[in-house]
Design a protein around this ligand. Structure first.
Ligand code: URA
Length: 235
C-alpha cells in the first residue's frame, strides 16, 4: 500500500496533506525518515510513525470493556496460577491488553485495547481522568470523614489530591460511598479508606471518565460503541 494512502487510512490527514507531511521529514518507516514520494509499505509488517508516534489502520484497533469479577488478576499471566482477566475475553484475533489494573479483590470496569496511544494517554500520571468507584464499608461514615477524603489523605508515600465523594446509603450496618479520584496510585482507594480507619467490604469501579458499564453484568465483556471510542480519542 502507498505510504500516503496508509497514512490517510490511519486518519492522519487527506492523502495530499500526507504527502506534505512526508516531504516535511516527519514520517519514519521502520525508524528511517522517508521523504520520497510514492513509496509502498506493508501495513502488516512495517512500522510507520508520524512525529515519532506509531500509527495504525483504524480498522485494526479494537476496544472492549469488561465488568471484572472479584477473584481474577489483571495480568496476562500469573506465576501463581490464579485466574486472569484474559480468560474472560471472547476469542479475539488481535492481541489486546488491559488498560491499567484492578486488584484481585476489586470488580468493575476494565478496558482492553490494542491501541497503544490511548493506553498511554489514559495511564499517564499527568492525565486527570476521573475514575469512579462504589465502595461498601463496614459501619457508618461521618461528614468530616467524607470531607477528609475529598480534601486529600496521607496514604503513606503520597497525599491524595482532591476527590469527589458522596455517601449513597447506610443500610444493615454498611455504607455505600461513591468516590471519583483523578490519580491511580497502587491500591489507592483501599489505602484512602484505611487512612480514615474504614474497613472496605466491597470495591467496584463504575466509571472511567464518561464511560460507564451501562448494564454490563459482572463477568461480561462488550465492545465499545463508536461514540465511546470517539470520546476516548477526543480526550
Ligand atoms: N483502588 C484500589 O484500591 N483498588 C483498585 O483495584 C482500584 C483502585
Amino acid at each position: 500500500m502507498r505510504l500516503n494512502k496508509f497514512m490517510s487510512s490511519c486518519g492522519v490527514a487527506s492523502r495530499r496533506r500526507c504527502d506534505e507531511i512526508i516531504s516535511e521529514g516527519r514520517v519514519r518507516v521502520n525508524a528511517v525518515v522517508v521523504k520520497k514520494m510514492g513509496i509502498k509499505i506493508n501495513p502488516e509488517t512495517d512500522i510507520v510513525a508520524v512525529d515519532g508516534r506509531p500509527i495504525r489502520l483504524k480498522g485494526d484497533l479494537v476496544y472492549y470493556m469488561m465488568n471484572k469479577p472479584v477473584g481474577y488478576i489483571t495480568s496476562v499471566k500469573d506465576p501463581q496460577g490464579r485466574k486472569t482477566v484474559m480468560e474472560l475475553l471472547p476469542a479475539i484475533n488481535k492481541r489486546v491488553y488491559p488498560v491499567g489494573r484492578l486488584d484481585y479483590n476489586t470488580s468493575g470496569l476494565l478496558l482492553f485495547t490494542n491501541d497503544g496511544e490511548i493506553t498511554q494517554k489514559l495511564m499517564h500520571p499527568s492525565f486527570e481522568f476521573g475514575k469512579t468507584y462504589m465502595v461498601v464499608i463496614k459501619g457508618d461514615i461521618t461528614e468530616q470523614e467524607l470531607q477528609k477524603l475529598r480534601d486529600g489523605v496521607d496514604i503513606g508515600d503520597f497525599v491524595t489530591s482532591k476527590a469527589e465523594v458522596k455517601k449513597i446509603s447506610n443500610l444493615n450496618n454498611q455504607s455505600s460511598i461513591q468516590i471519583t479520584i483523578h490519580e491511580g496510585k497502587n491500591r489507592q482507594v483501599r489505602r484512602m479508606f484505611k487512612a480514615i480507619n474504614k474497613s472496605i467490604v466491597e470495591l467496584s469501579r463504575i466509571a472511567l471518565g464518561k464511560l460507564t458499564l451501562k448494564g454490563l453484568k459482572v463477568g461480561e465483556v462488550r465492545e465499545l460503541s463508536e461514540e465511546e471510542i470517539n470520546y476516548l480519542n477526543s480526550l
